[in-house]
Design a protein around this ligand. Structure first.
Ligand SMILES: Nc1ncnc2c1ncn2[C@@H]1O[C@H](COP(=O)(O)OP(=O)(O)OP(=O)(O)O)[C@@H](O)[C@H]1O
Length: 863
């Protein structure tokens, strides 16, 4: 159950069936926008306060300022808001959806306006105001503070009465500059809560009041007083020490940290904003031969719209007529333009680089691929890593512990007979140095940066858990068709029984029945049958045709050189058996197109052997129970597959090929790519079983697939990775989606995950370690409060800066094996070790296949 793209209260419900039929708890998920949180302690407070409500669980993300609350449906959103407010923070419910019908409610405008940043526009405006205020406060605080710090630290500049100038400059900083901290500390106090703001506020107030005391009553106000520069606090001397530099430096550094942190948050949201910004605003709908421009939210599934050259495709659909090249680079990162023609699926937001297209909408609003991508990224950023949960828990108890420590230190020093000067110094230093902001920022900033960067690179990670698992994966199970190969299959030789129905009729029947199949094999056979049928008159009995796509609408030029899909017979009673084939009634005959067995009649058996020798996939056409023909279909290895497999191995990940195809075809691909472990003729259940066995032998398994016929295996694996070109179900269920449909991105994803987790770990070690070292130093009086303030802020900045480095992260591409872009067989590491037996080249090589693939791509629908 997840929030929708618009960030509005989620209306998806889960039904939790407890006791038989009578106890039914309906749950809902609501996203709240929470304001005023500054550190991990705040997060823990809000979570705890919400959890006090009956049946409520909440996950609060500091970096996105959102709380995702799962609660019983009868609990109103206002109650949740009230609970958060009682904890001392502001909370807003996203605005209710406008009263529109369902299709409209899911429209792209809502996507562009709000999901882009996961917040409604009102919240964005107030955030912008807050940002400007924060910036102004920082600028003025800096202007006032710098002279104070310089004068206090450089005795040579300490002119007569310098301390009074410092006092005048420091007063507005301590009061107005640090006002946000005082305000939140007071608000917390009213709710008997101590947060990081309490520490900052107390630190500023104590150091300022002490300085005021020193100036007015402690002798430090004497004209001509100078103060030597000390890193350690000076507890001795006749006059009380002035700590004005600490009272200005603390707010200065903390405000700077907050400002940078906010910038980091905005920066990481940019990838998302630019994605959502791609959605078209208007669409030219064609109805009854007339065109009219309508807002995109009026478009319905099934309506037809035109896409002129240079325009964006308004939404996902299928090309009805026309042909063109589509530039998907902004949507999926795919660099090459994709040729589309009638029957081809197109993705909303792709730019039409060539001709005029008429497209029938197949999805609108939240159902489009673009919306799904945006949603995935939003959700990924809202999640929380396990490491962060630990940090939050620690930070939740940290503030009270530090406060008690500060009081103890003060009491101890005073009780031990030390001067009040020394006691106050130690107490202030403890308060200041211990602000746990670095702890709170360590994980969310890294995750935000990483998921945003991943989206830019075409890798969508569903959340922190996926990122954590991805880092540890040591085995990757890949399927062949559509994953390692392009899935753009080409029909080669068709062999028919001499005394049977003949090649053409067999192809025509097979093409007809395969119309219902989403398998690349099926699409290739249908496309081939259509083309052949278009070139020749339909075979005997072929008059019942599907007229569908033949009409060329007014105003659209008949695309030159592209045969309109000719009619194929209607298929009835269609059934697909995953991992085996399809069957249906065509033209009164029962037609099966399936994987051939071993007992074929002589001519077909020979054709099967030839197909195997050529490492192509043979498919049997059976009509009314009689084996009639064997069609051999070939595929092309994806250009990046070798490098992908090679890189995975370099990362210590063992690739395993599990294919439903026959041994020869599977082994040929495995040999070409250097994959040692091959499992051919795997049924979908077989693949799931293989994954189970691998996991039992203590391997951490990721399954990469296009989702055709193999949903079970990824579900049973530690991590499911879907090709962006794969089925919607696969993408919906996947932990990671490779948007570009480029398998090389797997290695990038693993590297990014490792890098991110490395960054998080470094951040946490730093944040914890820094406190472990500095708090005791401050407690024993060895830390000047100003140095403490600097150290605290520098640690936050380091953490944010370290996370931000992920935004610039580039996948390093190991250099290709020398010699050629395509590895020779002898260059394959595993082949050399002799682990792959029965090595066969895919005939024609990749380049030859690419040409063939391109030729056939016009017919084979691109997914
Ligand atoms: N629509 C179809 N038409 C004809 N044969 C099919 C069809 N679907 C599956 N088959 C047969 O079943 C076999 C296994 O199919 P499956 O989808 O499990 O694997 P695959 O796509 O060939 O390979 P991979 O598992 O590597 O993606 C295919 O090789 C083919 O012989």
């Amino acid at each position: 159950m997840t929030a929708d793209t618009t960030g509005t209260a989620d209306t998806a419900f889960t039904t939790d069936m407890a006791d038989a039929a009578d106890t039914v708890t309906a749950m809902a998920t609501t996203d709240l926008i929470v304001g005023g949180m500054t550190c991990a302690a705040c997060v823990s407070r809000v979570e705890k306060r919400l959890a006090r409500l009956d049946g409520v669980t909440a996950t609060v993300n500091l970096a996105t300022g959102r709380a995702r609350v799962t609660h019983p449906v009868d609990l109103a959103g206002e109650d949740l808001v009230a609970a958060v407010q009682r904890a001392g923070y502001t909370a807003e419910l996203p605005p209710p959806p406008e009263p529109r019908d369902v299709a409209e409610a899911l429209s792209p405008p809502s996507l562009t306006s709000s999901s882009s940043s996961s917040r409604p526009p009102v919240a964005e405006a107030s955030e912008e105001r807050e940002r400007r205020e924060q910036r102004d406060r920082l600028v003025i605080t800096t202007l006032l503070s710098v002279p104070v710090v310089v004068l206090s630290m450089v005795p040579a500049f300490q002119f007569r009465n310098w301390q009074w100038l410092c006092f005048v400059l420091a007063a507005p900083v301590a009061v107005w500059g640090a006002w946000p901290f005082h305000r939140r500390a007071l608000r917390g106090l009213r709710h008997s809560a101590a947060t990081m703001d309490t520490l900052v506020s107390l630190g500023v107030v104590t150091s300022f009041l002490w300085s005021a005391y020193a100036l007015f009553l402690g002798g430090a106000g004497e004209p001509g007083m100078t103060m030597p520069l000390t890193l350690l606090p000076s507890a001795g001397g006749d006059v009380a020490h002035v700590y004005l530099e600490a009272s200005v430096a603390v707010p200065l550094f903390v405000l700077t940290g907050r400002h940078l942190e906010a910038r980091a948050r905005r920066g990481t949201g940019e990838a998302l904003r630019s994605l959502a910004g791609l959605a078209a605003k208007d669409v030219t709908v064609r109805e009854n031969g007339k065109e009219r421009l309508v807002p995109i939210d009026r478009l319905r599934v099934g309506q037809e719209f035109t896409v002129r050259p240079g325009e964006r495709v308004a939404t996902d659909g299928v090309v009805v007529s026309g042909s063109s090249a589509l530039d998907l680079s902004l949507v999926t990162g795919e660099s090459e333009p994709v040729e589309v023609g009638p029957g081809a699926a197109v993705v909303g937001a792709a730019v039409n680089a060539g001709g005029l297209l008429l497209v029938r909408a197949t999805a609108v609003g939240a159902d489009t691929r673009l919306a799904r991508i945006t949603r995935l990224v939003t959700e990924a950023q809202a999640g929380k890593a396990r490491a962060q949960r630990l940090a939050d828990t620690v930070a939740g108890v940290f503030v009270p512990v530090v406060l008690s420590l500060a009081v103890t230190v003060l009491g101890f020093w005073l009780g031990a007979g030390a001067e009040p000067q020394a006691a106050v110094t130690a107490c202030v230093a403890v308060l200041v140095v211990a602000c746990p902001c670095a702890l709170g920022l360590a994980t969310p900033t890294a995750l935000l940066a990483a998921t945003g960067r991943g989206a830019q690179l075409g890798v969508l990670v569903s959340g922190p858990r996926a990122l954590e698992t991805l880092r540890r994966v040591d085995t990757v199970v890949l399927d062949k068709t559509g994953t390692l190969t392009t899935g753009h299959m080409t029909v080669g030789t068709i062999t028919a029984m001499p005394d049977g129905i003949g090649r053409e009729r067999a192809l025509w029947l097979a093409g007809a029945v395969e119309q219902g199949s989403e398998h690349p094999l099926g699409r290739a056979i249908t496309a081939h049958a259509r083309r052949t049928a278009a070139e020749r008159p339909p075979p005997e009995g072929g008059d019942r045709t599907v007229p569908g796509d033949r009409a060329v609408p007014n105003g659209l030029a008949e695309p030159a050189g592209l045969a309109e899909p000719a009619g194929l017979a209607v298929v009835e009673d269609f059934a697909a058996t995953p991992g085996s084939g399809v069957a249906g009634l065509v033209d009164g005959h029962r037609v099966e197109v399936c994987a051939p067995g071993d007992d074929l009649p002589e001519p077909l058996a020979r054709a099967l052997a030839d197909a195997e020798a050529a490492a192509r996939t043979p498919v049997l056409v059976r009509v009314d129970g009689v084996d009639e023909a064997l069609i051999d279909v070939g595929d092309v290895v994806r250009p990046g597959s070798f490098r992908a497999v090679d890189q995975l191995r370099r990362l210590g990940i063992e690739p395993v090929l599990a294919s439903g195809d026959r041994e020869a075809a599977a082994r040929a691909v495995a040999a070409e790519l250097g994959i040692g472990e091959v499992h051919a003729r795997c049924t979908p259940e077989g693949k799931a079983e293989l994954v189970r066995r691998l996991r039992e032998s203590d391997r951490r398994v990721a399954v990469i697939g296009d989702g055709v016929n193999d949903a079970a295996a990824p579900a049973g694996a530690d991590l499911g990775i879907a090709m962006g070109s794969g089925t919607d179900v696969a993408i919906g269920a996947a932990d990671v989606t490779l948007v570009r449909g480029d398998i090389e991105a797997v290695a990038d994803a693993v590297r990014l995950a490792r890098r991110t987790l490395g960054t998080i770990r470094a951040n946490l070690v730093w944040a914890f370690g820094y406190n472990v070292v500095t708090v005791p130093l401050a407690a024993v009086g060895w830390l000047n409060p100003m140095v403490a303030a600097a150290a605290m802020s520098v640690s936050s900045l380091l953490v944010v800066g370290n996370s931000l480095r992920l935004r610039a992260w580039r996948p390093s591409r190991p250099s290709r094996p020398s010699g050629s872009s395509r590895p020779s067989r002898s260059a394959l590491p595993l082949t050399r070790q002799g682990r792959v037996r029965d090595v066969r080249e895919v005939p024609g090589g990749r380049d030859a296949h690419d040409e063939a693939g391109a030729r056939d791509a016009e017919g084979a629908t691109r997914r």
